[in-house]
Design a protein around this ligand. Structure first.
Ligand code: NAP
Length: 319
């Protein structure tokens, strides 16, 4: 019997009732023909005792606890705040998805919605509702500054597209970065400096104890009057009440929101009807099952062959 056939299966562990489990198991199996990928519910009791690595999508921690030999979990999402909250105190190591395709998809979304704001599409949509023919002044992208909160895997890819489109680009990260053509900032004073010169602010930060509520009234007030916000990261990074107030008083011109504290966004939420808000249903960068499965496969192969774990999530930092 081939050595691979003796290996314990790799379970895919998702929230109960997750509709995409079968599709994920199929994509992962295609990418890993030498492994046996099974939905968690299909593991035998003996297999549960032997499993050392699991692939996860919002797993129920109680299911992970049923696998005593489990060493690490590989998330198929880039954002891992929930895993960190659920598993941060346990011995389990967490690996998140870092997929160049995901970064390109997000960069495309950042460019698309930046151009949406840059070319005044929200204003023209309102004008059309009132049969109003009113050309607004054209401002060149070179005269606008797009600032990114977060210069990680997604932020760096977005930077390239924004520079190519002609915008001035700034970025803020925890550690100081040096990226050609980008004014990079770090720290609290760096954030203030960056916000003060921003036309369009794009949030691509992870949700951590440090970033929760980061965009509050005081920081939104540091943006110039008429600036706009794109939040493609996590809803809780922005103080919702402070955002509403900043929009209502027209300090902020518009907000494109793809992420919310409660998803799906409840029907009664103020965002739906607000004329200065564009609501998106968490679609800025969906995971591509095929490319993500290839990344996961490579990481599991290196673990099997060389005992090497991929770069781990730092649970202390929260990302
Ligand atoms: P990443 O590679 O870990 O990058 C995170 C960036 O944020 C890094 O530059 C990091 O600084 C910076 N950062 C973290 N904490 C900070 C703090 N307290 N102060 C200043 N900067 C801080 O993450 P990523 O892969 O780019 O993903 C970012 C987030 O996007 C994910 O966590 C997820 O929530 C979200 N996301 C959303 C969607 C969607 O469809 N809406 C899809 C995928 C991901 P350092 O470089 O110094 O570490």
């Amino acid at each position: 019997m081939k050595q691979e056939l003796l290996r314990t299966p790799v379970p895919f562990v998702a929230a109960s009732g997750y509709a995409q489990t079968h599709a994920w198991v199929h994509a992962l199996q295609q990418a890993m023909p030498d492994e046996r990928i099974v939905a968690f519910d299909e593991l035998s009791e003996l297999e549960k005792q032997l499993v050392t690595v699991a692939i996860v999508a919002n797993p129920d921690p109680a299911n992970l606890q049923q696998m005593p030999a489990l060493r690490w979990v590989h998330s198929v999402w880039a954002g891992v705040e929930r895993l960190v909250a659920d598993l941060g105190q346990s011995h389990l190591k967490i690996v998140r998805l870092v997929d160049p395709q995901l970064a390109e998809t997000m960069a495309e979304a950042v460019l698309a919605w930046t151009l949406f704001l840059h070319r005044n599409m929200p204003a023209y949509a309102q004008q059309q509702k009132c049969s109003q023919w009113l050309p607004l002044e054209y401002v060149r992208p070179q005269s606008k500054t797009v600032s990114l909160l977060g210069l990680g895997a997604l932020g760096e890819a977005a930077v390239k597209r924004l520079l190519a489109a002609g915008f001035q680009v700034c970025g803020w990260s925890r550690s100081q970065k040096h990226i050609a053509g980008v004014d990079c900032f770090s720290g609290e004073s760096g954030l203030s400096e960056m916000l003060a010169r921003t036309s369009i602010l794009v949030c691509l930060l992870p949700l951590t104890p440090d970033t929760k509520g980061l965009l509050n009234a005081a920081r939104l007030a540091q943006l110039p009057k008429g600036a706009s916000l794109i939040n493609f990261a996590r809803g809780a990074i922005v103080s919702d009440a402070d955002l509403q107030a900043a929009l209502d008083c027209r300090h902020l011109q518009h907000a494109v929101l793809d992420v919310f504290e409660t998803e799906p966004l409840p029907a009664a939420s103020w965002h739906w009807q607000h004329p200065q808000v564009t609501v998106l249903p968490h679609i800025s960068a969906p995971t591509d099952k095929q490319t993500a499965s290839a990344i996961v496969a490579g990481n599991i192969r290196r673990y099997r062959d060389e005992g090497r774990l991929p770069v781990l999530v730092d649970v202390g930092r929260g990302y």
